[in-house]
Design a protein. Structure first.
Length: 268
């Protein structure tokens, strides 16, 4: 009898030991999982902070570089733009003769501004009224784009319409308006805009269409050149359609108007 009792006592002790061991192991196992989770969280947090730091430094570098580029092109002419190089590669040969704004007849700048951005002298890169009008009318080609925005796109960016490009365009537009004079913006535009396939700038366009030097372009010729700008590969200044003739007359009238009411003073 005593032997049975001792055996039972022994078995009960063993069971208690097993239970105690399990109870000890459970918190230890939970502790290991918690430690592993903490290590993973710390590593992920360090990695995330590292990525944020790198992105911050990269952003600072890009901002500084964009500032330097805009400052550089305030004085140096941007001969090699993305679109110019792409067209030269595609066509094999393109034409452009960089000309200072003083080398054009006065009608040229007035006609282009009247056609593309009549409120150019009155805004800081963005024509809010034109943007609102463009949002209401989806058929508008320019979409409220100002002369400054077009210069930002043509000089620093690419042609495809993406949200990234539009965001960068807005940034460069602000920098251009901040660093460049209005006259410099018009001067660059007159030299980088495309007027026919592979024909860049008013100087080359005047010779191409009329065999006329840029300082000899008449008001009608300047208006014809400005009229082809929305679709330079589909329109011809030397063989104008009835619609282009009508548009040219509107531009001549608009150029005279901005000259009289002072909206051309900032670039003349």
């Amino acid at each position: 009898m005593s032997t049975k009792r001792s055996s039972l006592n022994s078995m009960s002790a063993e069971i208690d030991d097993v239970k105690a061991t399990k109870e000890i192991r459970k918190p230890r196992e939970k502790g290991r999982v918690a430690l592993a989770a903490d290590r993973f969280q710390r590593r992920w947090s360090r990695g995330f902070r590292w990525v944020l730091r790198k992105l911050f430094y990269l952003s600072i570098i890009l901002v500084v570089l964009s500032f330097l580029l805009v400052i550089l092109f305030r004085f140096a002419n941007p001969y090699l733009t993305y679109y110019y190089v792409a067209e030269r590669t595609r066509l094999g040969e393109v034409s452009r003769d960089w000309t200072p704004i003083s080398g054009f007849s006065p009608e040229v700048a007035r006609s282009v501004v009247a056609a593309e951005d009549a409120m150019f002298c009155n805004h800081f890169g963005f024509d809010i009224a034109a943007i609102k009008s463009a949002l209401k009318d989806n058929k508008r080609r320019r979409g409220g784009s100002t002369l400054s925005q077009q210069v930002a796109k043509n000089v620093f960016l690419w042609q495809e319409r993406t949200w990234v490009r539009k965001g960068l365009e807005a940034w460069f537009t602000l920098l251009i308006e901040l660093v460049w004079s209005k006259q410099r913006i018009v001067e660059v535009y007159l030299n980088v805009a495309e007027f026919d396939e592979g024909i860049f700038g008013v100087a080359s366009a005047g010779r191409h269409y009329f065999n006329v030097e840029p300082d000899k372009l008449s008001a009608l010729q300047a208006a014809r050149l400005a009229a082809v700008l929305p679709s330079p590969k589909k329109r011809s200044a030397s063989m104008p359609t009835a619609q282009l003739r009508k548009r040219s007359r509107q531009i001549i009238s608009g150029a005279a108007t901005i000259d009289q009411d002072g909206r051309a003073d900032c670039f003349q």
